[in-house]
Design a protein around this ligand. Structure first.
Ligand code: ADP
Length: 220
């Protein structure tokens, strides 16, 4: 309920900013038009956080729905990259494309998993600037991976990062904001599609997060 209440004013604010953005498009005032664009991105970030909490409560009450539709996975990855790149301009996201894969899955939820992996790769790599997104098919499965050259994760933490509310506590992560729900939600979403999530990491070197989905998800 609280999440719904929080979303209402945010939606109005988003609409106001959108109108202001349109009005300022051809304006001489570069500061104002830039400020509106930044405002719109912050609203997007806030909406993503609220949606995260909404999804947690839906999961806990057994009300999370998987709405399947057919879509092109490569297109979805490109969309997620573009959007994340807008929010975090600091890093370069590399993607070499993938084979033509039509998935039958919940498009928005799979996108939120990809975005979660990419935004984590950026958030937890303050000193590196490259993030790599990869996609391949093997044994009737598609595997999507996101690799970073960031702070990495100690083995003891690595086995717990998919737990609800789990966050690594260290000097490196202290100033990085988050609630520890992204990876938990991601793993629930992928498992509900009959897939798997896992990660490999070396402290100080970087991490790779993967998820796999069966290619016949239509029957799952
Ligand atoms: P949040 O980022 O909001 O804390 P997540 O559930 O997405 O929540 O991640 C859980 C924890 O896993 C993070 O707090 C962080 O400590 C660790 N983590 C996730 N992705 C990475 C990564 N790419 N590199 C290093 N640590 C990571």
């Amino acid at each position: 309920m609280v999440s719904h209440e929080l979303k209402t004013p945010l939606t109005s604010l988003g609409a106001i900013i959108q109108v202001a953005n349109l009005k300022l498009k051809n304006s001489e005032d570069k500061f104002l038009s830039g400020a509106m664009q930044k405002g719109a991105l912050q609203i997007k970030r806030m909406t993503n956080m609220i949606n995260g909490f909404l999804n947690i409560s839906r999961l806990e009450s057994g009300k999370i729905h998987i709405d399947k539709q057919e879509f092109d996975l490569c297109e979805l990855i490109l969309e997620a990259i573009e959007e994340t790149q807008l929010i975090f301009g600091s890093h370069e996201i590399h993607f070499d494309g993938c084979p033509l894969i039509r998935l039958n899955a919940d498009r928005d939820k799979i996108e939120s998993v990809i975005s979660n992996f990419i935004s984590n790769a950026i958030k937890y790599s303050p000193k590196a600037k490259d993030v790599y997104v990869m996609c391949k098919t093997e044994d009737q499965k598609v595997v999507v991976s996101v690799k970073d050259e960031g702070m990495g994760i100690e083995p003891g933490d690595l086995e717990r990062i998919f737990d609800r509310y789990y966050r690594v506590e260290s000097n490196h992560t202290r100033h990085i904001s988050g609630f520890g729900i992204g990876l938990y939600l991601s793993s629930e979403i992928i498992e509900r599609h009959g897939g798997k999530v896992w990660a490999e990491s070396q402290s100080g070197i970087g991490s790779v997060f993967h998820f796999s989905l069966p290619l016949d998800t239509g029957d799952a």
